[in-house]
Design a protein around this ligand. Structure first.
Ligand code: ZN
Ligand code: ZN
Ligand code: ZN
Length: 247
């Protein structure tokens, strides 16, 4: 299975418009602090299947960079703008897209995208389903006040867990599913010292990764409040845009 981090930024993206902080300056210079909004691409072996987790407002550039013109399905983790708003761009590239989400999330997003008619698949949390030769399970996380799920993806050989946006207070049933992943992609929006009730900071994401015994960890959904990427990388396993991880 191949995992590509199409966008590793928070809702604002880096550079933040108008900001001259060290990370934003690095981003303006073309460094790896430059982060588009959140999307992840999962590909099964031998190119059999391709699934997008979330459709970033930057999706057009992400697909151009990866030269992708079709996917087997889209999974939406929750109804925040930075996780679905790019879907409209995709419509002209691929007209019938299978989309998967919990019912409440689906209702909200398809209301926003009322002019599009993707093929809707309402999914229940903790009920497995299959797309493109990969098996998926959505599990509840904790990102108040929205209904939000993380994503477990497997190809029978390797296991990938994406926390989506969440604080550390994840339900026990979900934690059971998240254990022993080959790769954990964890929300770590800010460095330690900042505390948000909707997201984990880097210290909390580190704790989570340790308790779940993930073999490999990458932090994502990162804000400009981190030091510039290369410097931050000395302390935390930050992902960067277009990073490919082969499992
Ligand atoms: Zn987000
Ligand atoms: Zn900044
Ligand atoms: Zn969110």
């Amino acid at each position: 299975m191949k995992v590509t981090l199409l966008g590793t930024g928070d809702a604002i993206g880096t550079p933040k418009i108008g900001c001259k902080c060290p990370a934003c300056s690095d981003a303006h210079r073309g460094g790896r602090s430059r982060r588009m909004r959140f999307s992840v691409l999962l590909e099964s072996d031998e190119d059999e299947g391709r699934v997008l987790v979330d459709t970033s407002p930057d999706l057009r550039w992400q697909l151009l960079k990866k030269d992708i013109s079709s996917v087997d399905g889209v999974i939406w983790t929750h109804a925040h703008y930075d996780h679905y708003a790019g879907f409209g761009d995709f419509h002209r590239v691929q007209s019938h897209v299978d989309v998967y989400a919990l019912k409440g999330t689906m209702d909200y997003i398809l209301n926003y995208l009322y002019f599009l008619k993707p093929v809707r698949h309402d999914v229940l949390a903790r009920q497995p389903f299959e797309i493109g030769g990969m098996e998926f399970v959505l599990f509840e996380v904790n990102h108040p006040p929205l209904e939000t799920v993380g994503v477990l993806a497997g190809d029978g050989r390797k296991k990938v867990v994406i926390t989506s946006d969440t604080n550390l207070d994840i339900p026990a049933a979900s934690l059971d599913l998240m254990r022993d992943a080959d790769l954990l992609l964890a929300d770590a929006i800010m460095p330690p010292g900042y505390n948000l009730n909707k997201h984990m900071n880097a210290q909390e994401a580190t704790e989570l990764a340790k308790s779940l015994r993930a073999k490999e960890v990458r932090f994502t959904h990162l804000s400009h409040l981190y030091p510039p990427h290369e410097m931050a990388l000395k302390r935390w396993p930050l992902g960067h845009d277009m990073m490919e991880i082969v499992l």
